[in-house]
Design a protein around this ligand. Structure first.
Ligand code: AMP
Length: 305
């Protein structure tokens, strides 16, 4: 099944207590599509970059079999740049700068050949633009979306309209609480279902993820890693693994949604091991399968004797 990914493509400069990278390939669309590319094809990306976007980054995406025909290149513009610094507690980060550049006027025009994509994953962009993407697609099988505090606080009405046309929402715990004004995450997920999406996933960083639908509740653990270098893109890698698995299997049964959550968690766990997308470059399907199995063992326990 085809998967269309719309979001940011960025040059990220990131500092963590364990090192730093300058102008590394990043952005929500990059993490989502790279993670999804381990499961399904074709993956199509719609985003914008400037004339300064290094060719090696385009090659990286092409090597992962990601179709970049929908990547707009504004020759006389600069690529979106984001800088972040993580604290000793890697759950805390400060945004050092956000230079929108060509991303400020991003108009997601979906190429003709992408308009029948079966799956759509909407990265974190203005909710009105997310709707504009959907208006150009002919009846997708599943629309998965992300959002962030900025849109919840500043474009609440637009976001409410977009939620009505999303099938699945993937947000982190603070975003869920802000969106619903409900501190209890389970109740918060139920409120989000009332707003539109039938599938809600709340990511809780190092505490795993919660999946809630009308008739399913599933709590996935986070994988206990010894090496975490850079948490950037973990949330988007989760969304990519989740969307990629569903696009591969085209099965929305409760059991398969749970598998998708574990594949999302698996991709996120690999992402954070190294800086930027480095770890997602040489990852193998076998490694993904092995970690998926380890995830199962993590929370299996026997019957009471
Ligand atoms: P995450 O760690 O999942 O929050 O995602 C980090 C990625 O989001 C980085 O690669 C950034 O380039 C990108 N990013 C940061 N701020 C924004 C923004 N305002 N809009 C779109 N993408 C962003």
């Amino acid at each position: 099944m085809s998967l269309l990914v719309v979001g940011s493509v960025a040059l990220d400069s990131v500092e963590t207590p364990f090192g730093n990278v300058q102008n590394a390939l990043g952005g929500s669309a990059v993490y989502i599509s790279t993670s999804a590319s381990y499961f399904s094809a074709p993956i199509r990306i719609v985003a914008v970059v400037g004339g300064d976007f290094p060719k090696k980054h385009l090659k990286f995406l092409e090597k992962r079999n990601i179709d970049v025909d929908g990547l707009q290149i504004i020759e006389n513009g600069k690529t979106f740049r984001w800088g972040g610094r993580y604290h000793y507690d890697l759950n805390m980060r400060d945004t050092l700068y956000t230079e929108l550049n060509v991303f400020e006027k991003f108009d997601p025009i979906i190429p003709e050949g992408y308009r029948k994509s079966s799956y759509v994953c909407l990265g974190n962009i203005h909710p009105a633009l997310q709707r504009k993407v959907l208006q150009q697609i002919a009846k997708p099988r599943l629309v998965i979306g992300d959002t962030m505090n900025y849109w919840i606080e500043n474009t609440a009405d637009e976001l409410k309209k977009t939620l009505k046309v999303m099938d699945a929402l993937v947000v982190n715990d603070s975003e869920a609480r802000l969106l619903t004004q409900e501190p209890n995450l389970y109740k918060s997920a139920r409120r989000i279902i009332e707003m539109g999406p039938k599938i809600v996933i709340i990511k809780k960083g190092e505490h795993g993820a919660l999946l809630v639908t009308e008739n399913t509740v599933f709590s996935a653990p986070a994988y206990p890693l010894e090496t975490i270098n850079d948490p950037t893109g973990a949330g988007d890698s989760f969304a990519g693994g989740f969307a990629g698995w569903l696009a591969k299997t085209d099965d929305f049964s409760p059991e398969n949604l749970k598998r998708a959550v574990i594949y999302g968690s698996t991709l996120a766990s690999f992402c954070v091991e190294r800086f930027g997308v480095e770890r997602l470059e040489d990852l193998t399907y076998l490694e993904i399968k092995d970690r998926y199995r380890s995830f199962r063992e993590l929370s299996q326990f026997g019957e009471e004797s």
